[in-house]
Design a protein around this ligand. Structure first.
Ligand code: MD3
Ligand code: FE
Length: 203
């Protein structure tokens, strides 16, 4: 069942299951206009996670740093609009976790293949740390690493499956977190992929 991770974070098991195929179709629409790409960190490393965005701003990284940008640097055009299905799901999940009125302006779409990982980090590029972050897992399962306020705090391992939604807010908003290397597998809807939607109030 649902799991309280403590201090404002909550796993809503299967919350997105009923609309999984519609979510994947909407991801295809977004990525037709803004294809997945591997961003480069300010230190010059290529990220193993492939990313794209929809919404009024998108998260980007390059040699100059991390930021939210209204324009897709690959196309020079605005990011695709956030599908109403996405915004509605994010708002309902936030509501269910106790955060009424969540209106995300940014949705980062992360794509993982077997072996892909996301090293421990904090999400600190947003203006307002009071707004929660909502994360939707689709496709292959993953082990989410949920740490503390310091990088050295040993992370808890939280399994996340297709259709799970996590809401992170309150004191956990600035916790270190990451994703362990994705295990090999085949999902009936996504094949050898995990897709994650991360909804944020960035500006
Ligand atoms: C916990 N993505 O893109 S968001 C990211 O599975 C990112 O791709 C994860 O972390 C992924 O930055 C899922 C989960 C998340 C986001 C923000 C948090 C967890 C968090 C902030 C504080 C604590
Ligand atoms: Fe993150």
């Amino acid at each position: 069942g649902d799991l309280a991770l403590g201090d404002g974070a909550m796993v809503l098991r299967g919350f997105a299951l009923a609309i999984d195929a519609d979510l994947l179709a909407a991801i295809d629409q977004v990525t037709a206009a803004a294809p997945f790409r591997h961003l480069v960190t300010p230190g010059g490393l290529r990220m193993s996670v492939a990313m794209t965005n929809c919404g009024t701003v998108g998260w980007v990284s390059d040699r100059r740093g991390y930021r939210y940008d209204p324009v897709d640097p690959d196309s020079g055009r605005p990011w695709p609009a956030m599908p109403a299905l996405f915004a509605g799901l994010a708002a309902r999940a936030a509501q269910a976790a106790g955060y009424a009125g969540f209106a995300p302006d940014a949705c980062l779409i992360n794509r993982y293949a077997p072996g892909t990982r996301l090293t421990l980090h904090q999400d600190r590029d947003e203006r307002d740390y009071m707004a929660p972050i909502v994360s939707v897992s689709l496709g292959l399962p993953a082990t989410f690493l949920f740490g503390g306020g310091e990088r050295r705090d040993r992370p808890r391992r939280v399994p996340l499956a297709h259709g799970d939604v996590v809401v992170w807010g309150g004191p956990t908003r600035l916790a270190f977190h990451g994703v362990a290397p994705l295990a090999e597998g085949l999902h009936p809807l996504t094949g050898r992929l995990r897709l994650n939607l991360t909804f944020r109030r960035a500006r």
